[in-house]
Design a protein around this ligand. Structure first.
Ligand SMILES: *[C@@H]1O[C@H](CO)[C@@H](O)[C@H](O)[C@H]1NC(C)=O
Ligand SMILES: *[C@@H]1O[C@H](CO)[C@@H](O)[C@H](O)[C@H]1NC(C)=O
Ligand SMILES: *[C@@H]1O[C@H](CO)[C@@H](O)[C@H](O)[C@H]1NC(C)=O
Ligand SMILES: *[C@@H]1O[C@H](CO)[C@@H](O)[C@H](O)[C@H]1NC(C)=O
Ligand SMILES: *[C@@H]1O[C@H](CO)[C@@H](O)[C@H](O)[C@H]1NC(C)=O
Ligand SMILES: *[C@@H]1O[C@H](CO)[C@@H](O)[C@H](O)[C@H]1NC(C)=O
Ligand SMILES: *[C@@H]1O[C@H](CO)[C@@H](O)[C@H](O)[C@H]1NC(C)=O
Ligand SMILES: *[C@@H]1O[C@H](CO)[C@@H](O)[C@H](O)[C@H]1NC(C)=O
Ligand SMILES: *[C@@H]1O[C@H](CO)[C@@H](O)[C@H](O)[C@H]1NC(C)=O
Length: 372
């Protein structure tokens, strides 16, 4: 099962699972080349940042789902970046580096969301809003009503935030013919999400030209109910599940959430019509949040992961953190830890593939990342 771990970690670290706009032109798709220019040369080769490399992709590659061997279904030539350079055109720095030469190492400390200063908090929510409302000039999202035909694959514009919703959804849709996916229910779970958060932070920093941006974490063990579901943070909601119109998030529309997997659809519901729904604690089988005891029990599991590397494995740190290894206690819950937090919201957050539609996802996963 280890091939699932590798899926999004191929040598092409410069192309995350998104589609750079310059690689969605007919020409790029026809020549299967994704080597965009950085300062007038492909992959910034003249500046010594990287080079365009052609991979020998076997014609009879033996895969069941075209997302395997990412991104070779689409491209054979890709940028390989040198040193600390990174990004689809080698125009970015690897995580943890900045500066024109990407040789200044730096660190940003993620804080608990309640300990942000007034300025940090305002900035966080303003930048989220910015990322949701401004169309990305770098990335497109893929949509199709029928993935068996290349002719129905279509790239459309999306905001940066929507690109990240799409990415998580795209990686989490089960691989054809299996119940599995590359981002969950296996050893990659913590690291896939770590890269996701780092990548989103880097894009927001670039978009806002502000290196200090970080995703705060929400310590959900501090309370047995959602203490950020108020209009000071992510918005309060009533029995309808709708968020109060006093919150900026009442206007956020969800994407990709109406798909029917059996038809091989990718995000045809990219038209924004549906609002975020949240009914915290509304489902009696998931009506509380994990406790600090649960966290303690999780970090005491010493085996990172083991056979069968799936959601059934017992005494695995990864599976305990993810929340499939459920403690048998008085709470009689149907999930634990990470999963329980998703289920607790009884709405947009509860559908894992599209859960990024609710921005609580970000602060939730920032806390999950703290224990990895
Ligand atoms: C692809 O195959 C050719 C011929 O076998 C070889 O010369 C070339 O180095 C290979 N390229 C890569 C990137 O492996
Ligand atoms: C970064 O690289 C540039 C160019 O090679 C060099 O001038 C500079 O001193 C380096 N800075 C650090 C912090 O290493
Ligand atoms: C997508 O955005 C680009 C600018 O990044 C614009 O030129 C193009 O017209 C947009 N396409 C559609 C279909 O809106
Ligand atoms: C998918 O969309 C194409 C073009 O819009 C259309 O011709 C085709 O009938 C659609 N297929 C399905 C299964 O809905
Ligand atoms: C989370 O909250 C618990 C309970 O208040 C506290 O013991 C713990 O130190 C906090 N952890 C972090 C990382 O903030
Ligand atoms: C619930 O909240 C929504 C959004 O603020 C509002 O439109 C609706 O009238 C409210 N419904 C009830 C029953 O309070
Ligand atoms: C998905 O599509 C299949 C085939 O048309 C249909 O049988 C099934 O009921 C649909 N499921 C949902 C949840 O709409
Ligand atoms: C986990 O893997 C084992 C061994 O392959 C299998 O028996 C079990 O059904 C799997 N669990 C799930 C939920 O797929
Ligand atoms: C919310 O909880 C109810 C049970 O109270 C359940 O039937 C429903 O499926 C849940 N909805 C979501 C989106 O989780």
């Amino acid at each position: 099962m280890l091939q699932f771990v590798m899926l999004l970690l191929l040598p092409i670290n410069s192309l995350d699972a998104h589609f750079p706009k310059p690689c969605t032109t007919d020409e790029a798709l026809k020549t299967r080349t994704c080597c965009p220019e950085w300062e007038d040369s492909p992959c910034g080769v003249r500046a010594g940042r990287g080079e365009c490399v052609s991979y020998n992709v076997s014609e009879n590659a033996n895969y069941v789902d075209y997302r395997e061997q990412w991104p070779f279904h689409f491209y054979y030539s890709l940028c390989r970046c040198h040193g600390n350079f990174d990004g689809f055109d080698c125009g970015q720095c690897k995580h943890g580096f900045k500066g024109h030469h990407c040789n200044i190492s730096y660190m940003t400390e993620r804080k608990e969301i309640h300990s942000l200063t007034k300025e940090e908090k305002t900035k966080f929510f303003n930048y989220l809003e910015f990322s949701k409302t401004r169309i990305s000039n770098k990335y497109s999202i893929l949509t199709s009503n029928d993935t068996s035909k290349e002719s129905t694959l279509k790239f459309i514009n999306a905001s940066l935030y929507d690109v990240y919703i799409w990415m998580h959804y795209y990686a989490t849709k089960p691989l054809k013919g299996t119940g599995r996916n590359v981002a969950h229910q296996g050893p990659a779970f913590p690291f896939w999400h770590r890269m996701f958060l780092l990548s989103f932070e880097r894009e927001v920093r670039e978009m806002t030209n502000d290196d200090s941006f970080f995703i705060p974490y929400w310590n959900w063990t501090k309370s047995d109910h959602c203490d950020i579901c108020n209009n000071d943070y992510f918005g309060e909601s009533n029995a309808t599940g709708l968020i109060s119109d006093k919150s900026q998030f009442s206007k956020w529309k969800t994407i990709c959430d109406k798909d029917n997997d059996s038809l091989g659809i990718i995000c045809i519901q990219a038209l924004k019509e549906t609002s975020i729904l949240r009914n915290p604690g509304g489902d009696p089988t998931y009506n509380t949040l994990p406790t600090s005891g649960d966290v303690q029990r999780t970090i005491e599991v010493s085996n990172y992961d083991m056979a069968d590397y799936n959601r059934s494995v017992k005494h695995s740190f990864r599976n305990t953190l993810e929340g499939f290894d459920i403690p048998q206690d008085f709470r009689k819950l149907n999930s634990a830890m990470h999963n329980l937090v998703h289920n607790y919201f009884n709405g947009t957050m509860s559908d894992i593939p599209t859960s990024v539609n609710d921005p609580i996802f970000m602060v939730h996963h920032s806390f999950v990342d703290k224990y990895v």
